[in-house]
Design a protein around this ligand. Structure first.
Ligand code: ADP
Length: 565
């Protein structure tokens, strides 16, 4: 590893900083401290159901459910799960397409005190099975369309989870049927709320587990920075009514981003609007839906923002009620921001930085104009109750303005990776500045700017982003090495950030093998990996270029790859 924890060395380094500077870094630059309600997300949602049951909570195409309808279904799902024997903190996977029913099911799982593990039905069945197994899932909730898939995946798990098709729980309500809002289970802020899987360099995806308090902290901060709290009610206690805020639900359900896109508006009296994947693929269709649906808030990744900007530059049009767009997952280029404000001077951009392991966003930069020429877009400042550190290889604070690894501490820090203590210990480490608490090491480099904002300086490992999807190149290499006949494998990224960025895989084969046909290797990868991890090109080589110290020469491969694409 690049960084090692050595308390003696840390102490020596740390003493180089003046007490005043240490104080500034540990306290002055931290996010504001706010009191979190002693409640979980579904408590605050229920409070909203009580307050304005007939306001629209969620829309999908022509369908809409009110808070009452969504709340009642979430309740029924929770009761069905409990009736099926779910104990507190059992992991309940949800394998469903994005739909109103999916949102009700997610809320139902949380209400039952179970741990929500969402997966899209477009994932290969083996990967669903691997995630069920790695998370130790006890249940899989499916709908009629995904039931067969869920059953196949469950059957492939050594200790198969029970498959529950929540059709009845999700069926239309009798008119006037009130939501049964007695909490079906007691859920505490320090209970685990969810597991999301991210790609892992050892070939196995990692399931990051986060708690309710961190989730709620993120939702409230997100709601505030995206302007969803116009009525001032984020704690579920005052008498405020519904708002006209509409958040586009665009992220795939296997990514933590999908959660705030429906949950933050539901805590603050707004509505979420599910935008189907086929609509997202058609830029004009997406822009139509934003305008017709009176969407006020949306989030996307830089690659998709670029597609939108390019389209709008050619076909300028009105974006309806849209007033804030959050951009996340990858570096937001200043030029893209400039082009955005040239087109939409009144629509705020929020550069949102975070990681699945720390409950999604930890830093926000709210932008109403492009950065000064030659300046990058900062990552901004820590969210409430989040502490950010910039550390050297001994986990000591570096002098203000110097580069180091970004780490986070506070309520945002997740529990670790499900049933994987080794990998948990590598990045969830004791916070050296606060005894008894833990911090998460992001693997990202950054530095503090003089105004207290963070600047992003890249990563130190082989994690990359393709269209916002997090990928460890090592995972793809591992899968390729498992194909019979493949001897060496290396994966390179080609193209600048943006839609043109893609993966190229190189491999060599055993001397005596005629070599697996490229198609065979591709089929294997496609059967095991999500679409976005399957390389666009697979290229057999006689020899893999190596650096002087024997590692695959990624630079040479990247150059080779760029000549192929
Ligand atoms: P999320 O929680 O937003 O889904 P992921 O877990 O997919 O995030 O990925 C986390 C990593 O993505 C970060 O460690 C960082 O490398 C990168 N990242 C996220 N947001 C940004 C951003 N705004 N700018 C630059 N890099 C980012």
């Amino acid at each position: 590893r690049l960084l090692t924890d050595d308390p003696a060395a840390r102490h020596d380094r740390q003493s180089l900083l003046s007490p005043r500077e240490t104080e500034t870094q540990l306290h002055g630059l931290a996010g504001p401290r706010t009191e979190l309600p002693d409640a979980v997300l579904t408590d605050l949602f229920d409070a909203r159901v009580r307050r304005h049951p007939d306001a629209v909570a969620a829309r999908h195409g022509a369908r809409a459910w009110t808070y009452r309808e969504l709340g009642a279904r979430a309740d029924r799902v929770a009761r069905a799960l409990l009736a099926a024997g779910s104990g507190a903190q059992d992991v309940a996977a949800v394998v469903m397409d994005r739909s109103l029913e999916w949102i009700a099911t997610a809320l139902g799982v949380l209400k039952a005190g179970a741990v929500y593990l969402p997966m899209g039905p477009d994932l290969p069945v083996d990967r669903i099975a691997a995630q069920l197994s790695a998370a130790g899932a006890s249940f899989v909730l499916a709908d009629p369309a995904t039931r067969a898939l869920a059953e196949r995946a469950a059957a492939a798990v050594p200790a198969p989870p029970a498959v529950l098709c929540a059709r009845e729980a999700l069926a239309p309500l009798p008119p006037g049927d009130p939501a049964d809002l007695r909490a079906p289970a007691r859920v505490r802020p320090d209970d685990a709320a969810y597991v999301y899987f991210t790609s892992g360099s050892t070939g196995e995806p990692k399931g990051a587990v986060c708690e309710h308090a961190g989730l709620l902290n993120h939702l409230l901060a997100k709601a505030a920075d995206m302007g969803l709290t116009a009525d001032g009610a984020t704690d579920g206690t005052d008498g405020a009514g519904p708002t006209s805020e509409v958040v586009a639900q665009t992220a795939p359900q296997g990514f933590d981003i999908s959660l705030w896109q429906f949950a933050a508006p539901l805590l603050t009296g707004g509505a979420t609007r599910i935008v189907s994947t086929d609509v997202l693929l058609d830029v004009d269709g997406f822009l139509d839906e934003l305008a017709e649906g009176r969407v006020t808030v949306a989030q996307t990744v830089p690659a998709y923002l670029e597609v939108l900007v390019r389209h709008l530059e050619r076909h300028p049009r009105d974006l309806g009620a849209l007033r804030t767009v959050s951009v996340t997952g990858e570096v937001l280029a200043p030029d893209l921001v400039r082009r955005w404000f040239a087109l939409c001077p009144d629509i705020t951009l929020v550069n949102a930085y975070g990681a699945t392991e720390v409950c999604d966003d930890t830093l926000h930069e709210v932008l109403d104009r492009a950065p000064a020429p030659g300046r990058p877009v900062p990552l901004g400042r820590p969210l409430p109750n989040v502490r950010a550190y910039v550390l050297d290889e001994h986990l000591a604070l570096v002098p203000l303005g110097s580069a180091g690894e970004i780490a986070f501490s506070g309520v945002c820090v997740g529990r670790g990776y499900a049933h994987d203590e080794d990998r948990t210990r590598q990045v969830f480490v004791p916070d050296p500045f606060r005894a008894g608490t833990r911090m998460y090491r992001t693997g990202d480099f950054g530095r503090w700017l003089p105004d207290g904002r963070m600047e992003f300086l890249g990563r130190h490992d082989e994690q990359v982003k393709i269209r916002g999807f997090r990928i460890e190149l090592g995972e793809i290499e591992h899968r390729l090495l498992a194909v019979p006949g493949v001897r060496e494998a290396a994966v390179a990224v080609v193209g600048d950030a943006g839609v043109h960025r893609h993966l190229v895989a190189f491999f060599t084969t055993d001397d005596d093998a005629t070599g697996p046909p490229v198609g065979h290797a591709r089929d294997r990868l496609a059967a095991e990996l999500p679409d976005y991890m399957v390389p666009s090109y697979l290229h057999p080589l006689r020899r893999l270029p190596r650096t002087a110290n024997g590692k695959a020469d990624k630079k040479a491969l990247a150059e080779l790859a760029s000549t192929l694409g």
